[in-house]
Design a protein around this ligand. Structure first.
Ligand code: HEM
Length: 325
């Protein structure tokens, strides 16, 4: 949200911009993601069940949409009334596009882009992938060490931090992300598709207008496709072509348009966490890897870990304190 609106909504109360607004935002996002993963019987018997609003989902969704719309409209108005020189957020940029092309960039379109593309499709997917990646690393210290060695070898200067161009030159870090997306895809059933015509998939005849869910989670663990599928082994991606078997971002025309951005942000954040801190589990026992419900497959038990700054971090913070950065 800091990129989108310049406000911080997550963290401790002392860190967020407006405690009440932050609480309201977090509650709305949680509700929204919960409904995204819900199996709604109305989708399967629309005519009959919609009439009686079978389990009240439609009503709850309408109320949720109204509250979310009001929050986003409030943010747009705040930015509209702000001094443009002071602010450089995504809302500001979308408002300047509105200025140039008011017919297309209406408030409605801006709210849709903010909510669906940036917040729903872009944020939680990348955040849960990072959490699963860190959990895997903490359960496999030898992999964590290998990743740290790769980073230290590549970034030799002791006061330099990993930057975006480094990511493509860190194949082991990339393999860790691929292996995380294989075992814990952030969209395990991708996004529901609807057949626009009669078709045959995998020997099954699908009439037009059938909802089709692709079980990426199961395909990524299929022993006919992967050797030792249940084990976390980033090295498997050293074999050319293995990464092409992943469908964590979907395939074809409706595949994820944010794939490049996600790979950069997850790579840069994970690389920075490994480069800047030494990590350990809180206790002796392994991190629990049980998957929870929800459209982006969160962990049932959120990750908790201990970290200690590495020398590069200490160097950079002391240079910062001296005003050299
Ligand atoms: C690790 C991070 C991410 C994962 C695993 C992921 C995965 C996916 C998947 C599986 C789909 C559906 C593809 C299909 O059904 O065939 C999708 C769609 C989409 N993603 Fe992502 N995504 C991620 C990050 C992002 C980011 C950062 C953005 C944008 C900022 C984004 C924007 C979208 C949009 C707009 C769609 C809908 C595309 C359409 O319906 O045509 N995603 N994503």
């Amino acid at each position: 949200m800091r990129m989108i609106s310049g406000k911080r909504y997550y963290g401790n109360d002392g860190d967020v911009t407006d405690v009440e607004e932050a609480k309201q935002f977090r509650k709305l996002i949680k509700e929204l993601l919960g409904y995204g993963g819900a199996n709604n019987p109305e989708d399967f018997m629309p005519t009959l069940l919609k009439l009686i609003d079978f389990n009240g989902v439609t009503k709850k969704l309408r109320s949720l949409a109204k509250r979310m719309d009001a929050l986003l409209q409030g943010l747009i108005e705040e930015h509209r009334n702000k001094n443009k020189e002071e602010s450089n957020t995504m809302i500001d940029h979308l408002l300047s596009l509105q200025h140039a092309d008011p017919q297309y960039y209406t408030d409605q379109i801006i709210k849709g882009l903010l909510l669906q593309v940036l917040l729903l499709a872009g944020t939680d997917t990348s955040a849960v992938t990072l959490e699963w990646a860190m959990s895997n690393l903490l359960n496999h210290p030898e992999v964590l060490k290998k990743a740290r060695d790769e980073l230290d070898q590549h970034i030799r200067k002791e006061d330099s931090l990993i930057d975006e161009p480094d990511i493509t030159k860190l194949p082991y870090l990339q393999s860790i992300i691929n292996e995380t997306l294989r075992l814990f895809p952030a969209a395990p059933l991708l996004v529901p598709h609807l057949s626009s015509d009669d078709c045959t998939i995998g020997g099954y005849d699908l009439p037009r207008d059938t909802i089709l869910l692709v079980n990426a989670w199961a395909i990524h663990r299929d022993p006919n496709l992967w050797t030792d599928p249940m084990s976390f082994k980033p090295e498997r991606f050293e074999c050319p072509g293995e990464a092409n078997k992943l469908i964590s971002f979907g395939l074809g025309r409706r595949s994820c348009p944010g794939m490049g951005l996600a790979q950069r942000t997850v790579g840069l954040t994970l690389g920075s966490l490994i480069q800047c801190f030494d990590w350990e589990r809180v206790g002796e026992e392994e991190i629990d890897m049980t998957e929870g419900k929800g459209v982006t497959m969160p962990k049932v038990i959120p990750l908790e870990a201990m970290c200690k700054p590495r020398p590069v971090m200490r160097k950079i913070t002391s240079m910062e304190a001296l005003g050299n950065i």
